[in-house]
Write a protein that binds this ligand. Structure first.
Ligand code: NG6
Ligand code: CA
Length: 512
């Protein structure tokens, strides 16, 4: 190459570089001090289900990597041990037991969040953020009569501060298997209206009972109504054929949408709530993940979830946003094995321990029900470490508001604490107390203060205590010392009545 030619090559290189910089801008500068915030919410993922929390036979390199580069919380919690109340609290910064009807939402549930409620999304939106929710919603849609599936689905996310959504409206073991984009069912043919109900639409409507031998995944309890894609579900539906998705494609569609949305919004600060359906039942992974582990679909779904985390990170890097984006990763409740389908979750478990050192899981208020893998990742801002400070998904709302530099409206985010300092300062303290709830009907609560955990069970029984859905009789009040007994095996209430009494009083005050 002669001299003139090499000068030309260098010049072209410089011009291209400048063009690329101009296109991306220095994202830090163009956002001022406002970081992008992405919450990645897994579904039914247990404390011990990923590598960085002790799983040795399920590869989760992407989750492990953000944990190694960020904060791995050992006392990170979701606020409830089922999906709907945790999601309600994450969005509103309010304990779900404060509002009636926040238990697991049925297919035709109206919107559970009352119109006008400030949410993490609406508050960030008021600070100039663009906001999106992608994935499972499960907080109901529409007015008091429930969703108008063939019309406009309001109130919905657009009324709670989101500029965009691509949703699975309920949860995928419930009908219908369609996407909601913004406020309408995506791809619906008006000549084939979508009908959703609790009763069979006709005597010859095929169900998991009448056509059980044709299912590709058999049900074990419940989940025996309308069949779609070889899987029978909770609830009935007809029509909307052109709008229906394949379970196998859920993660791909959402990641495609998330990456597109991130790229479209790289110039403005943004908030994205990415709600994976993995690893909830029915665990139907994409074909390329089938057999990724020796633990059957439950293990394979964890690998699929991990892939999603890697894709989001790659998208941030590709858009040069990885140094001004905070990712918060967590689960919506603890683990469950057989949750209604015969998917070998129990048979293929082997030595894998979904709740790790904890006891209990989904549906109860032992630690396994709500203590979740929780990771905070923000390269350059967060120093990599493990933290035992208590943080809950309910705190994301106020913490995010502080990071965005915006005032929380009076009366909003009542139970949410600003824990932004915990992200930056290894000496900062997290919560001093936390209320844990189950699905919310029976008045069962966990209450943690430091090393102590009080368990109030008005039902005096709990399900899934040993990761089997058999009800276990438990005392009304128990006290555990998590410092010496993380597995909540030794009820020490008789030795420490005074501590239990004080905690019960404070718990009751918060509940009231
Ligand atoms: C239960 C379902 C379970 C799951 C759960 C909600 C039966 C027998 N069990 O009622 O399969 O759907 O609700 O899970 O129907 S959650 O993670 O969305 O809260
Ligand atoms: Ca869940």
């Amino acid at each position: 190459m002669n001299f003139a030619k090499s000068i030309l090559v260098v010049l072209i290189g410089l011009i291209l570089n400048a063009a690329a910089l101009a296109e991306f801008g220095d994202s830090k500068e163009s956002h001022g001090d406002k970081p992008n915030i992405i919450v990645i919410l897994a579904d039914d993922l247990g404390y011990g289900d990923v590598g960085c929390y002790g799983a040795s036979s399920i590869p989760t390199p992407n989750i492990d990597r953000i944990a190694a580069e960020g904060i791995r919380f050992t006392s990170g919690y979701c606020s409830a041990s089922t999906c709907t109340p945790t999601r309600y609290s994450l969005l509103t910064g309010k304990y779900a037991f404060r509002q009636k009807g926040t238990g697991v939402a049925p297919p035709n549930s109206p919107s559970i969040i009352p119109a006008g409620t400030p949410t993490i999304a609406s508050v960030l939106q008021s600070a100039g953020y663009k906001t999106s929710v992608i994935g499972k919603w499960h907080l109901g849609l529409g007015g008091p009569n429930g969703p108008d599936w063939n019309g406009t689905l309001r109130p919905g996310p657009l009324d709670f501060g989101f500029n965009h959504c691509l949703l699975l409206p309920t949860t995928n073991d419930r009908v219908p298997q369609v996407f909601v984009e913004n406020d309408r069912v995506l791809g619906l043919d008006p000549n084939d209206p979508l009908w959703v109900g609790d009763k069979s639409p006709s005597e010859d409507h095929p169900t998991g009972i009448t056509h059980r031998n044709e299912l590709k995944m058999n049900w074990s309890h419940g989940h025996n109504a309308t069949i779609h894609n070889g899987v029978s579900r909770i609830g009935f539906y007809t029509g909307g054929q052109s709008a229906r998705f394949r379970d196998e494609d859920l993660s791909d569609r959402w990641i495609e949408s998330a990456n597109q949305w991130i790229s479209n919004h790289r110039q403005t600060p943004f908030f994205m709530l990415f709600c994976s359906h993995a690893i909830h039942v029915p665990r139907v992974v994409h074909e390329r993940f089938a057999g990724a582990t020796k633990h059957g679909p439950r293990g394979d779904a964890i690998v699929e979830l991990d892939w999603c985390v890697g894709e989001i990170r790659r998208s941030l890097e590709a858009n040069k946003l990885d140094r001004n984006t905070l990712i918060l990763f967590c689960s919506d409740n603890g683990p469950v094995l057989d949750d209604g389908y015969e998917d070998s979750a129990i048979e293929a478990l082997g030595n894998h321990d979904p709740n790790g050192p904890l006891r209990g899981g989904k549906y109860n208020v032992y630690e396994g029900g709500t203590r979740t893998p929780m990771i905070a990742w923000w390269p350059g801002k967060i120093q990599p470490r493990t933290s035992d400070q208590i943080m809950c998904t309910i705190d994301y709302a106020r913490t995010a508001a502080t990071l965005a530099g915006v005032q929380v409206p009076p009366g909003a985010f009542q139970d949410s604490q600003d824990l932004s300092q915990v992200l930056f300062d290894p000496n900062a303290s997290g919560r001093s107390e936390l209320v844990q709830q189950d699905n919310g009907q029976a008045g069962n609560f966990g209450y943690r203060e430091g090393r102590w955990k009080l368990l109030l069970s008005n039902a005096q029984r709990a399900s899934n205590v040993e990761l089997r859905l058999v009800p276990t009789k438990i005392p009304k009040l128990q006290l555990f010392d998590l410092q010496s007994d993380l597995g909540e095996n030794q009820n020490v209430i008789d030795e420490h009545r005074d501590i239990a009494d004080g905690m019960l009083e404070r718990l009751q005050k918060i509940i009231e």
